[in-house]
Design a protein. Structure first.
Length: 108
């Protein structure tokens, strides 16, 4: 449980840093930040709520409704990870493309 709290705190720090960097980001990077922020905030909020709920009523963890909630939260985390991965890959590809454009002196 403590590890989960630490990860949520790390997500919060990362989100703050992304917000700081947003103004100097390229348009596609701002789009990535804008797409990631609400999903990450919601995931962090849901996870914090789940931890608080477990602390108050640990026996409810076995209830089907709570299990479904955890499954949905895990799916949201997976979707967020995929979104971040896709933007990272896009960034790498864009950097490579720009390098070739400069090398080949292709007008933009």
């Amino acid at each position: 449980m403590e590890r989960i709290k630490e990860r949520i705190n790390a997500i919060g720090k990362t989100l703050s840093r992304l917000q700081e960097l947003r103004s100097s980001a390229s348009p596609w990077q701002r789009e990535a930040i804008d797409g990631i922020m609400p999903v990450a905030k919601k995931l962090a909020s849901n996870t914090t709520a789940a931890i608080e709920h477990l602390n108050k009523a640990p026996l409810k963890m076995r209830e089907p409704q709570y299990q479904q909630y955890l499954k949905s939260n895990a799916e949201a985390a997976s979707n967020l990870a995929a979104l971040v991965k896709d933007f990272v890959e896009y960034g790498k590809t864009r950097t490579t493309l720009e390098a070739y454009e400069r090398k080949l002196e292709v007008p933009r």
